[in-house]
Write a protein that binds this ligand. Sequence first.
Ligand code: DON
Length: 573
Amino acid sequence: MQTLKRLSAGVLAGTLLLSPLAIAQQAILEGERFHPQESAYGMVSTSHFLASEISRDVLAKGGNAVDAAVTAGFALAVTQPRSGNIGGGGFMLISDESSGEVIAIDYRETAPDSATETMFQDEDGNAVTERSRYTHLAAGVPGTVAGLALALEEYGTMSLADALAPAIRLAEDGFAVPLRFVKGLDDARERFEPWDTSMATFFKQDGSSYAVGDVFRQPALAATLKRIAEHGASEFYEGETARLIVAEMDKHGGLMTMEDLASYEPVLREPSHGTYRGYDVYAMSPPSSGGAHIVQMLNILEEYPIGEMGFGAADTMHVMAEAMKRAYADRSEFLGDTDFVDVPLAGITSKQYADELRDQITMDQATPSDTIKAGNPTAYESNETTHFSIADNNGLAVSNTYTINFSYGSGIVVEGAGFLLNNEMDDFSAKPGVPNAYGLIGGEANKVEPGKRMLSSMTPTIVKKDGSNFLVTGSPGGSRIITTTLQVLMNVIDHDMNIQSAVSAPRMHHQWLPDEIRVESGFSPDTLKLLEQRGHVISLEPAMGAAQSIVIDNDVFYGGADPRRSTSSAIGL
Ligand code: DON
């Protein structure tokens, strides 16, 4: 196996079908209900089969996991415009086994320089959510192009032009659209209607919808990607693309200027780190809340014999809900961009603090959220982000989550540039105490300030075992991202599930406010009744998250594609 690892994937690609090793490994998971993809040489797991294929081809030609990730990031911007993007931002974790380093690239959007604390409030100080969601004011300065380019430059081996080439081809030649694509656009039609460019981009000339199997082309997006390929990432921030963005802003009352774009910088950060039952857990640090709170929840849960208590058991779900509500209460108070505010991260992620929180939990009775901290419940929206995981056979693993916030972001396509603007400004607290679209309450720490990054829940995560990459995961899902990621991790570590079972298993979520456990279908009604008897409110909700994941164990790569997205695909090398 060690010898195999030293050979390049390119050399191995031709021999795969005959590999006795691969055949032997087929036997390992006999008897399981769900089967992950398996490979001895590398794995990609994304939410779109075209992006997975393109990314796998990069690995097969000898590219590393970062090359494959950046290529996938650009491909998803074309094949999955509801969340794949160049007009948004995100976070990438890269784990390099050989150096032992885990690096976090923060390419989250920033507030424009003329943004103000009250820009999403009316004269009476009431929050105006329409403004932070569906107007040009909703857009933060996009970070994706700079972030992906930085990843490639620092940790990849291929040129930006090569990483963009498959995306350009897909945008120019088009691709046959699947049902999920068609339905997504139809569902969002009303959001596009005020904007001629958006309608022209996503619907046919006569305004009718694309049908399954129709070829969908994006010539303006292809031209933008080509300009970036030719002139580099700075084209997006200082060239023709920047001018098109600013013209769009000027025409419709947006704030973003050429200076805002030119001064955008992705940042290399230390990921949040914790341990869970001997595993090392690395996840995104602020301006995401994900890493801090996944570590916090794991610390609380570590002292319970979760494996023995069992998956889906009332005791297990009870302690998970209790850990979740305490973490989300802290999120609302303390979390924000650490370049602007002090966040007590060491405390939040400390084992001692977890001991204190665990002491408040009783097994027979739910703690009402209003005794943990006061706030206002609100409705959720169903939205979209996208996560992908990639691992190569030279010890590099990449976990990437990026977004334009809602499905199709603000719904506004930049005229002449062919891509959607994010509506990430809604992730700031429009007013301290007023919830955002995910019902998340933000405090002073997350108020709007010029140049600041809005708080996120995105939680790209890499778990290591004895220094080796073990689990690569993350998810979309707004406020549910952190708990989805938590559950994939617990399913693998506590419940000993293979990665396909771990991502397929039903999920639950509690976010402190509203004071309810959201559950997907699939939990036992008996369990839910037992939870109600302890004082929990149960709310049956649609599927949560889409955790495209990988486990690497004994030099075998296992890919789990989340069945909650019909286009998800994990492909081994
Ligand atoms: O950064 C965040 O936490 C949100 N803007 C993510 C949005 C999202 O995941 C939408 N999802 N399904």
